[in-house]
Design a binder for this molecule. Structure first.
Ligand code: ADP
Length: 472
């Protein structure tokens, strides 16, 4: 297990250490190195120094390193999944799913590295030639959250390296071990020194702010809360640093009266319960049309009651622990608030006795103005609201500052697409509980973010477009 920082191709001690906990029992898994000013400066200098040669490295060479990283990560998926389960608390099956998703970003961007098309045209007036090319933007700061410690790291490192950028990764303090394991894989895949660096700065706010005021940093890719994202956008403004922001979500599910209820429940179970509900894409507000509301609520309650909650690495568990007691208590607080505002608990809703950051699968029925619907719950809680007309359902779903993803369940494709077009979100899932795919553009509208990761767009978060006008 790697516990040191990785700077300029070397594993180094930092200025101190901090503990990483197993949230299912509160035990300390490891002490990891933290970075002070000296380590941060070394990482900045290394990434800055390595950039020109990496940018000039043939795309095929960069591509093959990423492909190799995909292969190593796939071969070692059990070990990485175990590490994820231990530091994050999610069950092993979810962790294995995450490793497959995460490795796929290396494969997808290995393929994209050799396919960045340019453009060569005659100008409309015929006076010149328009030549458009793309160049790597430069040193990129990547900041990732704890909910997908592998997936969020590879979703940024993959396109950055494919584009020819060098990076400094700052993983979440709760889950740094997975990030260090991924960087160990990149080292073994042959990525040259200085191209990838990992730091864990303490205190995070002041050090990241200083980095965003350093002229060597050209790009920021952040995944985390809207609250922190907004602070970083302000910080990045002084140097006009390019920003890609994947922020919070408050995903609605709309189940229409012509939906197959059993299929909709299967979809909601995935959309709600993958990762124990700790996903920015997690179904957070379930709107059901009145004629099928009671049937859906009963079936969803039954499905939630059938889940087994327990230690993430124990066989047969479907729901692990939240990442920390603090996060678990946030979930419990939101449910208590919902109940105090008239919400009815159909199942769950109580913190279990014993150690560990556990919270049970919970179904609530609430009125459309219950404040739980305004909060990203980040846990296994499904609040259900009844609606009547399609217009009312659409308005309720869009009544949020967030706009990451929406889920639509209907038996008619035309109706589903009409609803999808009306959703104020960057992504819409139709009759499915999960649509995240490294080959598709992931990202949000409104306060859910800026930019897209994955798909054909992802690499462009790390490329500058350059237009060269040629006299003929
Ligand atoms: P979450 O709710 O998922 O924990 P956060 O936005 O708090 O989301 O954290 C996402 C990432 O941002 C983590 O790596 C965290 O350490 C980092 N972070 C938190 N506060 C700041 C800050 N002021 N400046 C830079 N990074 C921060």
């Amino acid at each position: 297990m790697r516990t040191q920082l990785y700077i300029d191709g070397k594993w180094v001690d930092g200025n101190a250490t901090m503990p990483v906990y197993d949230p299912s029992d509160g035990s300390v898994i490891a002490e990891v190195a933290t970075a002070g000013e000296v380590e941060v400066e070394a990482a900045l200098e290394a990434a800055h120094r390595a950039f020109p040669a990496w940018a000039k490295t043939a795309p095929r060479v960069r591509s093959e390193m990423l492909r190799k990283a995909f292969e190593i990560m796939t071969a070692e998926s059990d070990q990485i999944a175990t590490l994820i389960s231990r530091e994050n608390g999610k069950v092993f099956a979810d962790a294995k799913g995450e490793v497959a998703y995460a490795a796929e970003f290396f494969r997808w961007f290995a393929e994209e590295a050799v396919r960045t098309p340019g453009d060569f045209r005659k100008s409309p007036s015929g006076d010149k030639r328009i030549l458009v090319t793309h160049q790597p933007i430069g040193v990129s700061l990547l900041i990732t959250p704890w909910n997908y410690p592998a997936g969020m790291a590879t979703r940024k490192i993959g396109p950055a390296l494919a584009a020819g950028c060098t990076v400094i990764l700052k993983p979440a303090g709760e889950t740094p071990l997975t990030a260090l394991a991924i960087v160990d894989i990149l080292e073994r895949a042959g990525v040259p020194k200085g191209v990838v660096n990992v730091i864990l700065p303490k205190p995070v706010g002041t050090i990241i702010s200083k980095m965003l005021h350093d002229p060597r940093v050209k790009n920021l890719s952040f995944t985390g809360s809207t609250e922190v994202g907004r602070v970083l956008l302000h910080e990045a403004a002084d140097q006009v640093i390019r920003c890609s922001m994947e922020l919070g979500g408050n995903a609605p599910v709309l189940v229409f009266d012509d939906a197959d209820v059993t299929k909709a429940v299967e979809g909601i179970m995935v959309a709600k319960m993958r990762n124990g509900g700790a996903a920015c894409t997690a179904a957070n507000r379930i709107y059901v049309q009145r004629p099928i509301a009671e049937k859906l609520t009963a079936e969803l309650t039954k499905a939630m009651e059938a889940l087994h909650m327990g230690a993430p690495l124990e066989a047969g568990m479907n729901l692990g622990a939240s990442v920390s007691i603090k996060e678990r208590d946030k979930i419990a607080g939101l449910v208590d608030m919902a109940v105090s505002q008239g919400g009815l608990v159909r199942t769950g809703g109580k913190v279990p006795a014993g150690a560990g950051a556990f919270y049970p699968a919970t179904v609530l029925t609430v009125a459309s103005d219950n404040e739980i619907l305004k909060n990203e719950v980040f846990g296994p809680v499904a609040p259900i609201v009844i609606f009547d007309t399609d217009e009312e359902g659409i308005a309720l779903a869009n009544n949020t500052d967030f706009g990451l993803i929406s889920y639509v369940f209907s038996g008619e494709l035309g109706r589903s697409i009409r609803i999808a077009e009306a959703m104020e979100s960057g992504m819409v899932a139709i009759n499915r509980g999960v649509i995240s795919d490294p080959a598709a553009p992931f990202g949000g509208m409104k306060q859910s973010g800026l930019g897209r990761e994955g798909g054909f767009d992802g690499i462009h978060e790390f490329l500058e477009t350059k237009y060269i006008g040629v006299e003929i």
